[in-house]
Design a protein around this ligand. Structure first.
Ligand SMILES: [Zn+2]
Length: 131
């Protein structure tokens, strides 16, 4: 059993709203997690994982998310977005011969995209949507 408690999505969004009341930009997923955890620590020690914090923050619609990534060695794209878990759309281009060629994949939900070599996210930046 973990010694901390798993917060509901509503609780995480509430903590995020309070964090965004003080800050406009959060420079990494780790910083996002730490800010949310310290906000929720004042309410019975709830803790959220980094990836869950990222997904809830993006899905809340309260922030814009930028993804920095590097090109990995692996060829091909996962069926599901590694950032948010939604499905990916194939990005195609017409060829001069009338066929199509796949250039890569783009997430239907978030800004993640990948070329023929898989892109590996390295950093996330979150910026408050309201000024
Ligand atoms: Zn996505």
């Amino acid at each position: 059993m973990p010694s901390y408690r798993i917060p509901s999505r509503e609780r995480v969004v509430g903590a995020l709203e309070r964090v965004l009341g003080r800050r406009r930009t959060i420079v990494s997923q780790r910083e996002l997690k730490e800010l949310l955890d310290s906000e929720m620590a004042q309410e019975d020690g709830y803790r959220v994982s980094g990836p869950r914090a990222r997904r809830i923050a993006y899905d809340s619609g309260l922030v814009n998310m930028e993804i920095e990534s590097r090109e990995g060695k692996e060829v091909g794209t996962p069926h599901r977005c590694p950032v948010c878990g939604h499905r990916m759309n194939r990005v195609k281009n017409m060829t001069i011969f009338g066929g199509t060629v796949t250039l890569g994949h783009r997430c239907r939900n978030c800004p993640y995209w990948s070329g023929l070599k898989r892109r590996v996210p390295t950093r996330y930046t979150f910026t408050r949507k309201t000024p």
